[in-house]
Design a protein around this ligand. Structure first.
Ligand SMILES: Cc1ncc(COP(=O)(O)O)c(C=O)c1O
Length: 379
């Protein structure tokens, strides 16, 4: 019997997770050393053994309020979830019904596509990998893609993987289109803390926008699983009626998130310039190699797309070459079958030494990738 795909995929990530010293430059996770206050909050929570009890079902009140204050939305409610991905699962499964249309961009993040398809929706992906359009969704494109069957518009902003961030005026126009056809607007702001001027669709369309929030990327809590849905109280009531996890999120994670919000200004002032410095080092290294190109720079998120197609190598071969150096980067096909053969993605919330290791090896890795024909399964 042939081995199931999920087993192969799981072993792949288990091997990565258990590789000592692996440099994680592939999943947009944040590997800067944790702030002492955040570490202490977790240690205190464990020492108090408070994890024997379930947390409040929609999240600790201090955390719910902290999230609202952080994004600066009033009149909205918060449901804390096991990461942004559970927020997206809950939203897609509650909103989408058979026959509905779910509109999103290509590239974007694939999991909400699976969630809405599993609920019976048809997915419409609008191509945005286009230098002529500055790699951004255009208002006319969205206008042309929606119909009276459009149930939800899902926008990753800043976009993963491209790193473009939408302006307030663009979000206002997108929200107006959603309102006109009666669609929900799912605004995935997982990477907003890295953007110079992030805006909020919820300001323009508070009645039907669901804002997705994550602590994985800016605070570095990916393995602790904590995020949220922010929306109007009626929609949160609906989301809270049959959630995947009604017994509250991890209490240690929530304590870490609360502590993180308290030191957020200081933390972002430290790591924000450091991850932009890493972007710069990678950009400089890429610009010295013929055929390599970074389409969006600086990225408004904590990663860069690096085009490799004109260097005559495949993204998969470059990932394999780096893997032998204990460096994980991501092939574009993870994000998009249509454009994924063009690029790799490199995360930049990493210690400077990791970004430097990537950059100094780049010429040799491109040469090595030319000789790699056989590539094992990558996910
Ligand atoms: C666009 C986007 N949304 C949501 C998530 C999920 O984040 P979390 O770790 O909070 O579940 C990711 C993770 O990579 C992402 O890229």
């Amino acid at each position: 019997m042939s081995e199931r795909n999920f087993e192969i995929r799981n072993r792949h990530f288990d091997t990565l997770f258990n590789t000592p010293g692996l440099m994680w430059l592939g999943q947009n996770t944040n590997h800067f050393e944790t702030a002492p206050e955040v570490r202490q909050a977790m240690l205190d929570s464990i020492a108090a053994e408070e994890f024997h009890a379930y947390a409040p079902p929609a999240g600790m009140e201090a955390l719910r309020q902290g999230i609202l204050q952080d994004v600066g939305l009033s009149g909205q409610s918060v449901m804390v979830t096991d990461g942004g991905v559970e927020a997206l699962y809950t939203v897609c499964r509650n909103l989408c019904r058979p026959g509905d249309e779910f509109v999103t961009t290509d590239p974007g993040w694939k999991w909400p596509i699976h969630f809405s398809q599993a609920a019976g929706a048809k997915v419409i992906e609008i191509p945005i990998y286009d230098p002529a359009r500055q790699y951004r969704l255009q208002v006319e494109q969205l206008e042309a893609a929606v119909t009276e069957r459009t149930r939800a518009i899902y926008l990753v902003d800043p976009n993963n993987p491209l790193g473009v961030c939408y302006t307030d005026a663009e979000l206002a126009a997108f929200a107006a289109i959603a309102r006109r056809v009666g669609a929900y607007f799912i605004h995935d702001t997982t990477y907003r803390q890295f953007a110079d001027s992030p805006a909020l669709a919820a300001r323009h369309y508070p009645e039907r926008t669901l804002t997705i929030y994550s602590f994985s990327k800016w605070l570095g809590l990916a393995g602790l699983r904590v995020g949220a849905i922010i929306s109007n109280p009626d929609l949160i009531e609906l989301m809270a009626s049959a959630p995947p996890n009604n017994l509250g999120c991890n209490v240690v994670s929530q304590r870490a998130a609360i502590a993180g919000l308290a030191i957020k200004d200081r933390w972002m002032k430290d790591i924000g310039p450091r991850q932009r410095r890493n972007q710069r080092v990678i950009h400089e290294a890429a610009s010295r190699i013929p055929g390599l190109h970074i389409p969006v720079y600086p990225s408004q998120a904590n990663f860069l797309v690096l085009e490799v197609i004109d260097a005559g190598i495949t993204p998969e071969a470059l990932c394999m070459a780096y893997r032998d150096e204990n460096i994980m980067i991501r092939q574009g096909s993870y994000h998009t079958p249509a454009f994924g053969h063009r690029f790799v993605k490199i995360s930049t919330t990493v210690p400077e030494a990791w970004a430097d290791a990537f950059a100094t090896r780049l010429p040799a890795m491109v040469e090595k990738a030319r000789g790699i024909r056989q590539v094992g399964a990558l996910f």
